[in-house]
Ligand binder design. Structure first.
Ligand SMILES: Cc1cc2nc3c(=O)[nH]c(=O)nc-3n(C[C@H](O)[C@H](O)[C@H](O)COP(=O)(O)OP(=O)(O)OC[C@H]3O[C@@H](n4cnc5c(N)ncnc54)[C@H](O)[C@@H]3O)c2cc1C
Length: 462
């Protein structure tokens, strides 16, 4: 550790996940002196227990599916099964490579990295390893952990969280997944490809309930076709151990037996016992409250990432961390438009969106002012080649900009970059229709959807 007792850093950051390390890197880049305190591994949830490991599993799952379906493409291959140790090795190698790179990056920017569990000890200091680290400014970035329900104990064996699921040394025969949000749906997709009989239990009327209803319905249709079962509007009422696994009950009287239960009902903030409230930071149910510049009510303290009640996504953490660093360095960053944040569920098929849903647009602008268009991927050559089904749905304010893009289908996550430009630059359908898309690509489907919305459909019926 580089500092001595007399050092006062420009910024002390508590938590080295996506939000914290992005703030550290940007602040250091702007010439501020930075201490970054992390009790676990630099990179946090996303790198070690979230985005990266799940996407590696999903890629292994995709290869399993492609091997099983190879004959449909005239390729002779035999699917022999999943070597779970091999899958973990592949996944862990990806993480290790990125982890090493990140450690090198933080060191190269001259950020003082302090390994240890920190606690806010005043409005300008963090205590760690028995030492007081002073900062002109503090950034709280302690992230989140998996949540459970009252009376539902996660034992790490038969009742598990996503943390355990990512390290599972066996492939269960069957699993119940509690929660049909992004994390639950992604694990359902992986496990089904690995041969697990999966049932999702979701209390709300649809899977991925934060998405436009059309996307939820398309995903449900695809999951049904894949043999992934789901119970909607089904509230969990209890779980008991059976001889070989668990029996999950719902309030509507259903009982489902399985080898294990994955609890994926969301994540809660890490803030208890860390001195936040004691030092006057305003909180709500464990979340730290911030304004659009990520300022708490205490002038010297900011907060970012999953700890604050905004979208729990790594790229949101990055953006919030960067915003804080730029503000502290005296730049004038603009607040984040959270509707303009791209959202991707990396299941098979993928669900990707940016902007607002049709329902929200109707709420904001009135039904008569909202125009929608659905472009079926069946008309897109590359999607046909990939044998994927799905749709791109556009939501437009009548005679105005496109305010929502909602996509379902293989690899649609890769199309969200263009969709994001369309939303964030408030593009008119006619303007996007001007742009020539390469043929045959899936991005062409976005182009064609806008051609149709602009009144001149090409590979689509009038
Ligand atoms: C299974 C899963 C899949 C996901 N997939 C995606 C995805 O595909 N795309 C996406 O954008 N997001 C995804 N996410 C969400 C993403 O991981 C989080 O939004 C992101 O990690 C939040 O970053 P953060 O910095 O706020 O918190 P975290 O990453 O949780 O980091 C907080 C850090 O603070 C440290 N810490 C906590 N308390 C202390 C303390 N007292 N002292 C020192 N250090 C402390 C922790 O050890 C941790 O490293 C996924 C999450 C999960 C669980």
């Amino acid at each position: 550790m580089a500092n001595d007792a007399s050092t006062v850093f420009d910024v002390v950051i508590l938590g080295g996940g996506s939000g914290g390390y992005a703030a550290a890197l940007r602040a250091a880049q702007l010439g501020l002196s930075v201490a970054l305190v992390e009790k676990g591994e630099l990179g946090g949830t996303c790198l070690h227990r979230g985005c990266i490991p799940t996407k590696a599993l999903l890629h292994a799952a995709e290869i399993a599916d492609e091997t099983k379906e190879a004959a449909e493409f005239g390729v002779l291959a035999t699917f022999q099964g999943i070597d779970i140790n091999g899958v973990h090795k592949y996944k862990d190698d990806v993480i290790a490579g990125l982890y090493k790179g990140l450690q090198g990056l933080v060191a190269s920017r001259k950020v003082t990295f302090i390994q240890g569990e920190g606690k806010l000890s005043s409005q300008t200091s963090v205590d760690v390893n028995g030492q007081r680290i002073e900062g002109r400014h503090i950034v709280l970035a302690t992230g989140s952990v998996p949540k459970s329900l009252p009376g539902l104990t996660i034992d790490g064996d038969r009742v598990i969280s996503s943390d355990h699921a990512l390290k599972l040394d066996r492939i269960p025969k069957s699993a119940v997944i509690l929660g049909g949000g992004v994390i639950g749906v992604e694990f359902a997709s992986v496990w089904k490809s690995f041969g697990v009989e999966v049932t999702i239990v979701e209390a709300l009327p649809h899977l991925v309930p934060l998405e436009d209803e059309n996307s939820s319905k398309l995903l449900e249709r695809a999951f049904r076709k894949r043999g992934i079962k789901f119970e909607l509007k089904a509230r969990f009422s209890g779980v008991e151990y059976t001889e070989t696994g668990v029996r999950v009950s719902t309030e509507n009287g259903k009982q489902i037996d399985a080898d294990l239960l994955l609890v994926a009902i969301g994540r809660g903030p890490v803030s208890a016992g860390l001195g936040y409230e004691e030092n006057g930071v305003a909180m709500d149910r464990g979340y730290v409250l911030v304004d659009e510049y990520m300022r708490t009510n205490v002038p010297t303290i900011s907060a970012v990432g999953d700890l604050v009640p905004t979208l729990q996504l790594a790229h949101v953490g990055f953006a919030e961390g960067i915003l804080v660093a730029e503000r502290l360095a005296g730049l004038k960053p603009v607040p984040i438009d959270y509707d303009g944040v791209p959202r991707v569920t990396y299941s098979n098929p993928e669900v990707a969106s940016v902007g607002i849903s049709e329902a929200k647009a109707v709420e904001l602008y009135g039904k008569e002012k909202v125009v929608t268009l659905k472009y079926n991927l069946a008309g897109n050559g590359k999607s046909k080649i990939l044998k994927t089904a799905g749709e791109i749905k556009l939501v437009q304010v009548k005679d105005g900009a496109v305010v929502g893009v909602h996509m379902v289908g293989a690899r649609m996550g890769e199309q969200v970059g263009e969709a994001q430009l369309i939303y964030n630059w408030e593009a008119l359908p006619a303007e996007v229709a001007q742009l020539i898309h390469a043929h045959p690509t899936q991005s062409e489907a976005l182009g064609e959807a806008h051609l149709a919305l602009a009144g001149k459909p090409l590979h689509a019926h009038d």
